[in-house]
Design a protein around this ligand. Structure first.
Ligand code: UTP
Length: 296
């Protein structure tokens, strides 16, 4: 029986340059899909998977994130006075228990692998999850929950995997496949951002991981990879070299790359259309835009 995964790292120290100028003042993770910030979707997914400790790797300018998870006593008492109980419930879903959430600073954006390494002392010697909040995954069962359930049987390291068209593979970490077993894929290698035409498969790694503490020890070496950054993919690939298992998990659900403008807009449309209170008005509007009458 493999150990339960109860800790998750949320690396949120990136600069979010693809969303400038917005991200000059607002952390990318606070940008909203319909009415909830990206980070709330990530936290809800983690909770559904049984995560109890939430570790944020932050940087300068991200204090809005800390405030978001704090209580808001004045707002709460004003809503209480007005009898707005539904809004109070919405607000309370953002509160975190004292001690359940921790913030670590990454002083320089040296790459995702470095961001994860910054949290090593809070992880200690147990398996942990990594969630990138800009990958938002819609599905019946949370992606991390699907992974955790399978991890409990197979152990080792596990990464969320998704098929991508060959021309997009060079934007991702890509798995070299040893064996496919339904949704589970045993890897024999992993390459970060392969050159066009050199991807070992069409299975790309997206922002959900379950990792062993060995990966943190491997990140101690601080080896730079693609783009001069310390890459998490490289550290996981070194696990394979040490003959420790790494699996890809082809999750059920649809992933939106909310770190890119096009992906963020797609997610906004999909989540908006999925909301019963907005669906009719919004779909009418979209139909009118498609018909070439956006202002009607
Ligand atoms: P991205 O590659 O999307 O980088 O990072 P970014 O800085 O957030 O965005 P762009 O590309 O400039 O628009 C993937 C994830 O890794 C985190 C980011 O916060 C994001 O969640 N990250 C990346 C760090 O925490 N530290 C780093 O040094 C790099």
């Amino acid at each position: 029986m493999n150990r339960k995964v109860t800790k998750a790292i949320f690396p949120v120290a990136g600069q979010g340059t693809r969303f400038l100028p917005a991200t000059k003042a607002v952390p990318k993770e606070i940008m909203t899909l319909v009415d909830r910030p990206l980070i709330q979707y990530a936290i809800d997914e983690a909770r559904a998977a049984g995560i109890k400790e939430f570790i944020f790797v932050t940087s300068r300018g991200k204090s809005a994130l800390e405030d978001y998870f704090d209580t808001a006593p004045e707002l709460e008492s004003s809503l209480k006075k007005k009898g707005k109980t539904e809004l109070l419930d919405v607000l309370r879903s953002t509160n975190m228990d004292s001690g359940a959430i921790a913030y670590i600073r990454q002083h320089q954006a040296m790459g995702l692998g470095h961001a994860v390494w910054c949290a090593r002392r809070l992880i200690g010697d147990e398996p942990f999850a990594v969630i990138l909040p800009d990958d938002v995954i819609a599905g019946e069962k949370s992606c991390l929950q699907q992974m955790v359930e399978t991890y409990e049987e197979v152990g080792g390291c596990m990464v969320a995997a998704m098929e991508v068209p060959p021309e997009q593979a060079s934007s991702y970490g890509v798995l070299d496949i040893k064996e496919s077993m339904g949704p589970l894929v045993a890897a024999k290698g992993m390459v970060e951002k392969p050159a066009p035409g050199e991807a070992p498969s069409n299975l790309a790694v997206i922002g959900r991981y379950i990792l062993t503490p060995d990966v943190l020890r491997s990140l101690d070496k601080k080896q730079q990879g693609a783009g001069g950054e310390i890459q998490l993919t490289d550290a996981i690939a070194r696990e394979l070299k040490s003959l420790r298992p790494v699996h890809g998990y082809k999750f059920e659900g649809r992933r939106y790359d909310c770190g890119s403008k096009a992906g963020f807009l797609q997610a906004t449309v999909a989540f908006g259309l999925n909301r019963p209170d907005l669906r009719d008005e919004f779909s009418e509007f979209i139909a009118s835009v498609q018909a070439g009458h956006p202002a009607e």
